[in-house]
Structures are given as C-alpha cells and as structure tokens.
Design a protein around this ligand. Structure first.
Ligand SMILES: [Zn+2]
Ligand SMILES: [Zn+2]
Length: 414
C-alpha cells in the first residue's frame, strides 16, 4: 500500500509568503548550494567533495562547532545558544546520490559525474540544512539550548545513520528531539505529509540458496533439480503476504533476482534467490521471516533439496513519535497554511532516519517539491527527477520554526 502519491501536482505557493525575510535573503545561496551538490553528486561514503563543501559553508556560520569525517564522510555541526541550559535538538540531512545516469540534457546544473545523480533530492536536503545553519547562527543570543545539524552519508545504502550513531551523534549531550524532512516529488509544492507511528517500513534482505543434485537433463530421476524447487519456492513465497499477513496490515515480499544453472541440458545443482522484505510492524516482520523459512523447509521436504535462508536486516521501520508529530504538523501548517499537511502518509520504502527515531522522539516528514508546470513530476530515483526549488525555502522556514519551538524561549506554540 502506498499513499505517498497525489493525483495532480497543483502547487500551492501561499506558504512562500510566510517565509521570513532572512530566509528569503538567502534564497540565491540556498539554490546555489543545491545546484552545486547536484552538479557534483557522490555515492554513499564517497561524499568527500560534498562534505568539504558542507564544511566550507558551515565555516561561514559563526558559532558552529564543526566535526568532519564522522562515519567517514559525515559532518556534524553544533550550535550552542548564549543562554545557559535548554534542550538539544537534532536536525538531519542525508548527503548521498545514486547510481543513475541523469537524463536532463537541458539542465544547466546537470551531473558532471557519469552514472551518478542526485535523483532523490538529498542535494536539496543539505541546502536546506545549510540555510537553517545560516539563520540560526544569527539567533544565538536568543537561543537557550543546542541545535545539532547532522549531515549523514549513505542513506541509499549501505546506511550511514547507524555508523554515525556509533560515532556518538546521539551523545554529549543526548538530543531531546530529532527531525528531518524528505523533499517529495509526488506531493505538490506547498504541501507536506507525515504520519504518527510507523510511516516507513522495516527493510530486510533475503538470500536463499536452494541446493539440489546435478545430473543429465534427460535423466531427471537421477538428480534433484534445484530450478524446479526454486520456482515452486518463489510462487509459495508470494502466498505469505496474500495468505498469512492480515489484509489490513501491510507487507511486501519481492524476489528480484534469480540465478542458477549452467547449460540447458543439465539439472541445476543450485539456485540463488535474492529479494527484499518490507513490513511496518515488528510482529509482521517476524511472521514473514518465519514463513519464509517454513516455505523453504517445506519445499525441501517435498523436493529433496537443501535450502539455506539468510536474512540481512537493513533499516528499521521509521516510527514517528505521537507528540512530536502533532507538534510538527501544527508548525508545518503554520508555515504552509491550514489543510496543507496530509497526516496519512504511508510508504513501504526504507529510510535510515528510522535509526535515530528509534532512540530519540521525533518526526520525519515529506515536503512537497512536485510541480508539473516546472517539469518536476518524475518519480524519485528516475533519471529525470527534479524538484521545485521553491520547496527549499519552505523547508528551511519549517525547520527553523521547529527549532524555535525548542531553543528559543517565548516562541508561541502553534
Ligand atoms: Zn532515495
Ligand atoms: Zn531519499
């Protein structure tokens, strides 16, 4: 089930009127940062130039203590308010690009790195967080508390959140709340989407090796055909979501790769299946994992094969804190306008922001960046993906308003 797409991408730019002058004055720089990142995309844990540009931009934000090389290419920037005490807020942006060849020849800031592209909008996430840094830097005198900006590598894989947590981004001090956004081309500019509780899925990788016994294709009774067994297993696995998972719950099991056999007239000795499993709830995840093993065992018994099932846990479900989500919703509505926040977002995509939100109460939300009239309606990871850059100003304004809720005493509750 995906409810993260909207039929039409009719943008509603009314929120731009509420963007504060300090952010508006930065518009040129924020867009320039984003285009620079876009032009020079780097893949997970290779964000060396990117990290350098981030650190350079942060050097222009007085008051920030900047650490680079966190989890290899990550950057962490702490700003301490002049007033003593107060809470610590974490804001996170991811940094990595994808192995996608950009297909927008007319784009003046198109990728110069062959086969690599910012096709998910992470270039925009960094630009937003740098915009936030610039404005916050001028607010230190009014601040009581700390803001920690986390520029995290490798969201698309193999995952940068976990190593950054291992290197201490949730310590000294421990953040009281964490927020992050994802620019979303399936939502029109001027809209946002979130959900309290599980919003994105557990992502697990499945590897199954089905072992038979090779032989001549004309004498199948003398061997054990791993291909016939694997084919039955693939079909049987599809009954787990349709027959074992409750229809009102959600899960996905996709076998995306099959490999086996050597020649057309020999029995395959072994077949490897690789797939991905998604679920929102831990019990559903466990149920699917158990049934995958049972299906493999059942096929083994019926067909005489020996199968080995391997699970690799990738990202945990992304679970938004109830109270933080309500707060975020009110803050975002204050910026974008009443009725501009959908609270029913649900995606079986994975997102390693889930690692932070497993430890710290917070909220991750989608910010509309789609606009058909500007050619910004391609899906994420598409070679024609692009965002309406006006969303960068809205994102900066929203994160600043969230930060004010925590570290600027006297800020009105929305
Ligand atoms: Zn992505
Ligand atoms: Zn992404």
């Amino acid at each position: 089930m995906t409810r993260d797409d909207s039929r039409s991408l009719e943008p509603d730019p009314q929120g731009l009127d509420r963007v504060r002058p300090e952010v508006r004055a930065l518009a040129g720089e924020i867009v320039a940062w984003r285009r620079d990142f876009h032009r020079h995309p780097e893949r997970g844990f290779e964000e060396v130039r990117t990290a350098g540009r981030v650190a350079e931009a942060l050097a222009g934000c007085p008051g920030f203590r900047v650490r680079t090389g966190v989890a290899r290419t990550g950057v962490v920037a702490d700003l301490e308010g002049d007033r003593p005490g107060g809470p610590t807020l974490l804001l996170r942006a991811d940094m990595d690009a994808l192995r996608v060849e950009e297909e927008s020849p007319q784009l003046e800031y198109r990728s110069v790195n062959p086969g690599v592209m910012h096709a998910c909008g992470h270039d925009g996430h960094m630009a937003v967080l740098l915009g936030v840094a610039r404005v916050l830097s001028g607010m230190r005198a009014r601040m009581q508390g700390r803001v920690r900006l986390v520029f995290q590598p490798a969201e698309e894989g193999p995952g940068g959140a976990e190593p950054m947590i291992a290197e201490g981004v949730l310590r000294d001090p421990r953040p009281d709340a964490a927020f992050g956004l994802h620019l979303w081309s399936r939502l029109p500019l001027g809209y946002a989407g979130l959900r309290a509780g599980p919003m994105m899925a557990y992502t697990d990788e499945i590897g199954i090796e089905v072992r038979g016994r090779g032989g001549h294709g004309a004498y199948p009774h003398e061997g054990i055909d791993a291909i016939v067994a694997a084919a039955q297993l693939v079909v049987l696995l599809q009954s787990i979501v349709s027959r074992n998972v409750a229809p009102v719950d959600s899960a996905v099991l996709t076998i995306g790769r099959v490999e086996g056999g050597t020649v057309m007239n020999a029995l395959a000795e072994r077949v490897t299946l690789n797939g991905t499993q998604r679920a929102f709830l831990p019990e559903t995840r466990d149920l699917c994992a158990r049934r995958v093993r049972e299906a493999a065992e059942g096929i083994d018994r019926a067909m005489g094969t020996r199968s080995e099932v391997r699970y690799t846990a990738r990202y945990p479900a992304l679970v938004n804190d109830e109270a933080m989500t309500r707060l975020a919703q009110r803050v975002i509505e204050g910026a974008l306008g009443a009725g501009r926040v959908r609270d029913d977002m649900l995606s079986l995509g994975g997102e390693d922001m889930g690692f932070y939100l497993r430890e710290i109460p917070g909220c991750f939300f989608f910010l509309g960046a789609g606009n058909t009239s500007r050619g910004c309606d391609a899906p994420h990871h598409s070679p024609r993906f692009n965002i309406d850059e006006d969303a960068l100003l809205l994102g900066t304004e929203i994160l600043l308003r969230l930060a004010e809720q925590f570290v600027v005493p006297g800020t009105a509750r929305p």
